[in-house]
Design a protein around this ligand. Sequence first.
Ligand code: URA
Length: 205
Amino acid sequence: GTTIPIAAEKAQPDREQPSKLDECRRCELWQHATQAVGGIGPDHAQIMLVGEQPGDQEDLSGQPFIGPAGQLLDRVFAQAEVDRQGVYITNAVKHFKWEPRGKRRLHKTPAQKEIEACHYWLEKEIATRKPKVIVAMGATALKSVLQKGNVTLRDSLGQPVRHGDAWVVTIYHPSYVLRVPDEATKHEAFAVMVEGLRVAQSLLE
Ligand code: URA
C-alpha cells in the first residue's frame, strides 16, 4: 500500500543542513545570541571581507561591523580608497559568543568546533557569490576560509594565496588594531590593513 508520511517527521528542521540562518542549531551559540548575523553587500561583489563573529552591537542590530570594529573598518576603507558599499562583508561565525562581565557582554573567541560548524554558511556565501578576492581579517577568518587549523596569521599577512577560484588576502582584524596599546604598533597594524585592501583591489585589475 501507500506509505503515509509522518507529519512530525516532515516538520523537523534539518539540524545538519538548515536552510535558514536564524534557525541554525549546528552549534550551541544560538542559545545566548539575540539573532544570527548574516553578510551584507551586493551579490555581485568581487571582494568578500570575512571577520570573526558579530559583536554586542551587531548581535542587537543584526548587521555585521556596525560597532567600534566597523567604524575602524570605515577608516581603513577610506584610506585604501575602496568603496565599502561595493564589498560583501560577513563573518566566519554568525552568532555572538560572549560571557557576562557586570552589565556588559564580553566577547569570547569562538572554538574550533564552532568555526567548523559555521563554515557551512560561509561556504554557501562563497559558492553563491563567487568573489574574486576574499579578505580574511584575523586568525578565525583565515582558518575558516582556508579550512586549515595550522595556518598562522603572521605567515599569511600580505601574501595573497590562491584558494579555489579566489585569491585570499590576510589582514589583521580591526579589533586587534583597536586593542593594541602602543601607538606605533597600532599605526603599523592599521597600515597593514589598508595595504591589504589595496592589494585585494589590485587583484581585480
Ligand atoms: N567583529 C567582527 O569580527 N565582526 C563583526 O561583525 C563585528 C565585530
